[in-house]
Design a protein around this ligand. Structure first.
Ligand code: GLA
Length: 656
């Protein structure tokens, strides 16, 4: 429910309340984000401003209680007495004041192509204005979380340069710890906890993607919060590009937290009448520790982010060719593998990299969509028919955002690649395509959709293997190049939106060299995400543990794979499977020479997974042991009525 009484706003569901009010000067004062409360409790949460003396700047010289620095605020600007970090920068001081509100049933749809949470909800729209500028703050309340975002409109005659506009800002009374997830390629989601004091703590990505370095999901929590007790706030951003979040404690004992598009190397020029909409941020809070917060976030993501068609459906157990063959395959080998995969009980056969252009290694061919007839003489249609005849579904790997300099596409359209005046910088021997160009987006949608149609694909693995550089766009004038990174990401989302409209039931498994884009923006279009290229089961326990704090297990692809799950060593094969029993299951190893014992083991594993899949994809998930703390990872899934439990205990090291 969303209500307003005497300029006080309350968003309240069964698990949380969010309370704020309009202050005397039209500023928005944050009051409470936590356990459910009533709108009449407002005074209990009101800020008691300090004396407003010394070096303070007052909104009204005659009112010592008019120093914005003293208040917990919902939004702020610069130059009016609040000297904490501002969520908004336009190059001059700002003075947005409250004008009015509206309550809408459902979401307030965004006009740009950014992904947005959907489903049963109510939205509060708050309008604030100053001369020449209007801001609309949107709060959308779902069952277990709420989202916030901002729409900024240039209502004046002169252009406005928007240097920074966060999706939300809020001042929470008290001091907290901040836990976030850092890492790199093959080492994603390493948990990191720091105390938020007077020195600012920043979680940000500058790679052009949400990144394997710093995930956008983070938590603020009481110092002694545990899995089951203590207050934990969870935050995330529905965005896959450069993100930024900060937290800092003020002298008044308020922790200012904000999140949005990274302002570094960002600027948006708003002509008269133009609008900028930020990505949507998600937040929830629980007094039942990390476990309580995760449950609320998992429910929100499962219900309001991931593609509707797959929400309550079992997933096909897949066999992926990558770790078993790499680039070294032909039709004969693939059909042999498909036979074995089918015998094991797999339902979907995925041909990974290497099926197109001149692609025998990762140095060429990206951008070309002609099937390699040397490897696949009957074309993709022929291979697909043969695979489907075996009773398997068929899926393919694509990396549509990239181009190899050694490709027909690059030779025909060198200007489609992201390059600037400096020498090219390659990543995995490849460049990226300039997705701010409509013709590039059309080329990708036409080719990917043609292959999906021709081959009757039910599954697409969408990869993206390098960081963004140069941050540049061929269609923007020099003075607007700081718009490139955000516009590039909007281009990526346009690709997903168009393909999803054409194939709403196709499964997309997202991948970005593993977990380079394990985020809510990608989850909007992906049934599941490959969380790391590191398939060693021991490493995986850390990556999976970290992923489950903010993301539901149904989004986390778990494969029994070559690295560390050696097929003829029963203990390793079993350990690989036990670790993989944490999300939708797949196999990614060479099964051609597998012994009868290994085959029987894998068939048994698939049967076991099938028996528990309803719990793994739709059960409630509770962590028991943190591998970062003790080298052991334990957790359980519970059915809604708690009559069924699946408990997993994984001991990574001998522990005498
Ligand atoms: C990336 C992916 C792998 C695989 C290869 C293929 O590294 O993360 O899973 O698809 O590309 O080149």
């Amino acid at each position: 429910m969303v209500i307003c009484k005497d300029n006080v706003f309350l968003l309240k569901n069964d698990t949380l309340s969010y309370l704020f009010r309009v202050g005397k000067y039209g500023e928005l004062q944050h009051l409470h984000f936590g356990a459910p409360v009533d709108i009449d409790d407002v005074e209990a949460f009101a800020c008691r401003p300090g004396l407003g003396w010394g070096s303070s700047v007052l909104l009204n010289d005659a009112d010592s209680a008019s120093c914005l620095d003293d208040y917990a605020l919902e939004w702020s600007g610069s130059g009016r007495g609040d000297y904490r970090e501002s969520p908004l920068e336009i190059g001059t001081s700002t003075d947005l004041r409250y004008v009015n509100y509206r309550i809408l049933n459902g979401i307030a749809p965004m006009a740009n192509s950014l992904p947005q949470a959907r489903g049963e909800c109510q939205t509060l729209e708050i309008t604030m204005e100053q001369a020449g500028l209007r801001a609309k703050l949107y709060y959308t309340l779902f069952e277990t979380a709420l989202t916030r975002r901002v729409m900024l409109e240039n209502t004046g005659d002169a252009p406005v340069s928007l240097h920074k506009c966060m999706s939300f800002s809020m001042d929470i009374p008290g001091q907290f710890h901040l836990t976030s997830f850092h890492g790199g390629w093959s080492a994603e989601m390493r948990k990191n906890t720091v105390t938020v004091g007077g020195a600012k703590v920043v979680v940000e990505s500058l790679t052009g993607a949400s990144s394997n370095r710093h995930n956008p999901g983070f938590m603020l929590h009481e110092a002694d919060a545990t899995e089951n007790a203590g207050r934990v706030y969870g935050f995330n951003l529905i965005y896959s590009g450069n993100h930024y979040a900060s937290a800092q404690l003020s002298m008044q004992g308020l922790t200012r937290v904000m999140q949005g598009v990274n302002p570094s190397n960002f600027c948006r020029n708003l002509a008269a009448g133009e609008v900028f909409e930020t990505p949507e941020a998600v937040m929830t809070v629980s007094d039942a520790g990390f476990g309580g917060m995760s449950l609320l976030m998992h429910r929100f993501v499962n219900k309001h982010i991931v593609p509707a068609y797959w929400r309550n459906r079992p997933r096909p157990v897949l066999y992926n060719s990558w770790e078993g063959c790499m680039f070294n395959f032909n039709q004969h080998r693939l059909l042999d593998l498909a036979d074995r995969a089918k015998d094991l009980g797999c339902e979907l056969f995925v041909l990974d990299d290497g099926w197109f252009g001149k692609r025998d290694d990762d140095k060429s061919g990206l951008g070309d969509y002609n099937v390699n007839l040397k490897k696949l003489p009957n074309g993709m249609e022929g291979l697909s028919k043969a695979i489907c005849k075996k009773g398997l579904q068929f899926g393919l790997w694509f990396e549509p955002e990239a181009v190899s300099p050694d490709s027909d596409l690059y030779r025909a359209h060198p200007d489609w690649a992201l390059t600037d005046a400096h020498p090219d910088v390659l990543g995995r021997h490849q460049l990226l395509l300039d997705l701010t160009k409509p013709e590039v987006r059309d080329y990708i949608v036409e080719n990917v959709s043609r292959i999906i149609d021709e081959a009757g694909l039910t599954y697409v693995k969408w990869d993206m293997n390098r960081h963004l550089s140069p941050v540049y766009s061929n269609v923007l004038p020099p003075e607007r190049q700081k718009e490139a990174s955000f516009r590039h990401m909007c281009g990526v989302y346009e690709l997903f939106r168009r393909l999803h409209a054409l194939f709403p039931n196709a499964m997309i498994e997202n991948c970005s060299g593993g977990g380079g884009r394990y985020d809510l923006g990608m989850m909007k279009y992906s049934t599941q995400i490959w969380c790391s290229d590191n398939t060693d089961p021991v490493s995986r326990t850390y990556i999976q543990y970290g992923s489950t704090l903010g993301y539901p297990t149904a989004t986390m692809s778990c494969h029994v794979a070559n690295h560390g799950s050696s097929i003829e060593d029963p203990r390793k094969l079993n350990y690989g499977f036990r670790v993989a029993l944490n999300g939708p299951l797949g196999y990614e190893l060479n099964i051609l020479g597998a012994s009868d014992t290994a085959k029987a083991t894998m068939s048994g594993q698939i049967e076991e997974y099938r028996a528990y899949e309803h719990l793994i994809l739709r059960g409630d998930f509770y962590r028991l042991l943190d591998p970062f703390a003790c080298g052991r990872y334990a957790y359980y899934f519970a059915s809604a009525d708690s009559r069924e439990l699946l408990v997993t205990y994984l001991q990574n090291y001998a522990d005498p």
